[in-house]
Design a protein around this ligand. Sequence first.
Ligand code: SAM
Length: 281
Amino acid sequence: MTAGALVLVGTPIGNLGDLPPRAAEALRTAAAICCEDTRRTGRLVELAGMGRRDGQPLIRLDDHTEAARIAEVVERVGRGERVVVVSDAGMPGIADPGERLVRAVAEAGLTVEVVPGPSAAVTALVASGLPTGRFAFEGFLPRKGEARADRLAELSTETRTVVFYESPHRLARTLTDLAAVCGPDRPAAVGRELTKLHEEVRRGSLAELVEWASAGEPRGEIVVVLAPAPPGAPATSEEVVAAVAKARDEGLSARDAAARVAAELGVPRRVAYDAALGLPR
Ligand code: SAM
């Protein structure tokens, strides 16, 4: 009997040719497969020519069911089963279920293995042409309200390349919001339908990307990559006040003006925000 393990298996993000032999083998020999969509994973197993064995259950795992499945999976691994975890596409645990299962299995003193595969975030990052030495992955950005404004402001001063997922119908709006806080000249890239027939990587300034995305809603799956905030020469307080005043005159809120000036001049956001609050309004 093979020793029990939770095995996280990366699956293609579009091109089925990206299913490596070790992933196929893990799927073929698993005692059970945890997946988000049993039909989709069933199809993947069929398409990859593996065919499911009798009695090899597909256990449905999504953000809502992950917690409820933990006891069953830990029990299976504990009795010596190899339980595979896949998501609909890419690496499980990356903006997908998996993290809690890994923690529970590891805390039970059991083995966790990974069969690495593609992830849209890393694929877009390396295709972007932007710095890859240090990067921050943001999953999906908050959709609205203060949480979104705060996150955008935070990203504007991030000194690592930022990678995040976005839906096509929110892309133009998000790029516009980013241009407001980072300045229109910040380089960025959009990876669309990566590894698929209509794969596209668009590189340009935020202003150029806004223009492209607004001209007609880009279709398909999207990753946004944002260049790091430029290292600013130390700015004088007069320069900060003048830049904040200019941004406010352009109609930006105190928060957005502070984020933009912080990114452009390389000063802490708090300093720019204090300057914004100090202005007559
Ligand atoms: N676990 C996956 C991974 O490792 O890439 C990500 C899952 S997340 C729920 C799905 C999002 O990833 C999509 O909404 C899209 O933003 C991005 N994505 C997935 N496949 C993609 C592709 N082929 N091209 C561009 N983006 C993709």
